[in-house]
Design a protein around this ligand. Sequence first.
Ligand code: ADP
Ligand code: MG
Length: 220
Amino acid sequence: MDPASITPADLRQLLAFVAEAISRKEAELNALDAAIGDGDHGITMRVGFTAVNAKISGLPDAAGIDAIFRESGIAFMGATGGAIGVLLGKMLMAAGAALKGRPEIGPAEFRILLDAMESTLVSTGKARPGDKTMLDAVHAANDAVKAENPSGEELVPMMELAGRSALRAAQDTAQMLPHAGRASRLGERALGHPDPGAVSFSVFLTAMAEWAQQTSRHGA
Ligand code: ADP
Ligand code: MG
């Protein structure tokens, strides 16, 4: 990829890389969900991203950034159940809608993407930051790239910043009491365990950043 932007062809490769990263974390995500939920989060994420991959590899070459995200969201939602199926499915679809007419993803588009994902998550899931959900990771990443950016206006460092911020926020959810989703029934018993959705969203963003880092370095 050109380090300045992600083309539609790049985005297909990136999502395939993300799908592999999510698959590798399946057991870990299941274990996190077993601690405070019903133990299926890793399976759901793997099934969802496998469907995303299958869907986008069948899209016509002319499919743009918007269509790739929209179709990914539809595929994810269609293949999965549970809270995350609807939430992440809608978030991917919203990213597509927000990026309509944008030929590539540069820094401005990356900000738009995270912002669209966060607002859709909030309007669909009704959680607030601090409720110990995936929103904590999404919100931290969005906030970090919106703020005066120490990495400047370069895409790859911005993606790395988003990944790091989401990961830190996901780890911080361990100290939070759950107020949304299945885990909310556990109250204090959820303390000490990070939220699985927050962790998987940080895997999603760190894998995106890792792909961008590797690919731009190799000048592919
Ligand atoms: P389920 O809880 O239906 O088994 P998953 O295990 O796949 O679904 O996903 C659980 C994750 O979904 C949680 O860890 C949390 O991050 C996220 N989640 C659940 N409900 C909400 C909500 N209302 N708002 C934001 N995130 C939520
Ligand atoms: Mg679950």
